[in-house]
Ligand binder design. Structure first.
Ligand code: GLV
Ligand code: MN
Ligand code: MN
Length: 421
């Protein structure tokens, strides 16, 4: 069968070597581990994209980029008039990220295209690989600012004024990126550009403990839980730490503590299904002997049930207003990704591919969000997970072995051949 030939051409060593070459870009030693800090639209991101472009061109793929800087590699099919099958993931990392989150899905896609090339397999539909821009949201909040406009979920212009921690506008960083890639042909943005795929499949590390704990090789991802991000600003008044009486202060840090305690009560969940995280805090003026006049903090809220996510998220503002003692409160919602269920066309092809490889598989939902979440309304979508050691991710200790990743790439190429015909 043609799937067997394609899967047999997957090279564990080549895939691992490419992944480790990319990990060098933004790589840093962290004790025994080797982490990656490769923010989107940074010098490192640009270098990584050029490396990918070189590898893809070497196997005859055509390269194009859209207005959101999503980067596409196309391996033509027998009938170029048919909608392509799309695979991909993201190349940006968290500031203290690992070597596998996102980038493996892009490298696995390239490994699949290389295997098709080496095995001389020409599919009926074209197979396209995409590296989505800014999935992580680590530099520019929110994440998925490449896939959201591609899918028609949010206009690209909505993100133009987002600032990174150095005050650089997303719109400016994007324009600079596109100017540096002026040699690469442009394509229309997403479905609106006339490029609605036949199906989308994204390979990713699990980032959780289930597959490893159960001794399973492949996760057939059933869907993704919902996420909402908020930015809360508390405004008080600065004062002298030694002379201003506590009574009467408008202390933004103390009000933040009250707000977070109240939010912990709002989001308490004995089943540990709901996820509530406060992880970025900016304090002004940020000296130890002046009362804080302003605190800005982020909220990341996740739940698989849309009704719970909606109710808890909508309650946040009232809970914060009820908890603070004097500071003015302003809340902005930055990200809203509803829970999604993947399509049997894709999950079925993934399950059949894992079975053909003789791999142990199970269905599981994703706790992390992914660009695939936004592709769901556009075309049949699914994901392939491989195990993550200790379930660790967004951490330099993130690890999946060369053999686990090769198994994932073999399942991916089989799935692509099945979907592309
Ligand atoms: C993606 O990185 C996420 O936070 O789920
Ligand atoms: Mn990711
Ligand atoms: Mn991530």
């Amino acid at each position: 069968m043609v799937q067997d030939r394609a899967a047999a051409a997957v090279s564990e060593a080549r895939q691992w070597a490419r992944l480790m070459a990319l990990a060098e870009i933004g790589g840093f030693a962290a004790g025994e581990d080797f982490g990656v800090n490769r923010p989107c639209l940074s010098v490192g991101d640009r270098a990584a994209r050029r490396l990918m472009i070189g590898w893809a061109e070497a196997i005859g793929c055509s390269v194009s980029v859209d207005a959101a800087a999503n980067l596409f590699f196309r391996r033509e099919g027998r009938d170029p008039s048919l909608a392509p099958v799309l695979t991909g993931s993201h190349m940006d990392s968290q500031p203290e990220g690992g070597r596998f989150d996102g980038i493996w899905g892009v490298v696995a896609g390239l490994e699949a295209l290389t295997a098709l090339h080496d095995a001389g397999v020409v599919t009926r539909r074209a197979v396209e690989l995409v590296a989505w821009t800014n999935e992580e949201g680590g530099r520019f909040r929110p994440g998925c600012t490449g896939s959201m406009p591609w899918a028609g979920h949010t206009a690209l212009a909505a993100f133009a004024e987002v600032l990174d921690p150095d005050g650089i506008r997303y719109g400016d960083a994007l324009a600079e990126q596109l100017a540096l890639e002026a040699d690469i042909p442009r394509r229309g943005l997403g479905a609106k550009g006339g490029i609605t795929p036949h199906a989308y499949v994204e390979a990713h590390i699990e980032q959780g403990p289930i597959l490893e704990a159960e001794g399973v090789d492949i996760g057939v991802v059933s869907g993704i839980q919902g996420s909402r991000w908020f930015t809360v600003t508390l405004s008080g008044a600065t004062a002298h730490a030694g002379t201003a009486p506590l009574r009467g202060r408008l202390d933004a840090v103390q009000d933040m503590v009250r707000a977070v305690v109240a939010l912990n009560a709002l989001t308490a969940d004995p089943s540990d299904t709901l996820r509530f995280t406060v992880a970025r805090v900016e304090v002004s003026p940020n000296t130890s002997n002046s009362v804080a006049n302003r605190v800005r903090f982020t909220i990341d809220l996740r739940h698989p049930d849309a009704a719970v996510l909606r109710a808890k998220g909508d309650a946040i503002e009232g809970v914060i207003r009820g908890a603070v003692t004097g500071c003015a409160v302003s809340i902005e919602e930055n990200f809203h990704a509803m829970p999604v269920v993947f399509d049997p066309l894709v999950t079925g092809a993934v399950a059949a591919s894992a079975a053909a490889e003789g791999l142990r598989q199970r269905a599981l939902p994703s706790g992390a969000f992914h660009d695939a979440q936004f592709v769901v309304p556009v075309c049949p979508t699914g994901m392939i997970f491989v195990p993550s050691r200790g379930g660790i991710s967004h951490n330099p200790a993130e690890y999946s072995s060369p053999a686990q990743l090769a198994a994932g790439a073999r399942v991916l190429v089989r799935t692509l051949v099945t979907l592309a015909g």
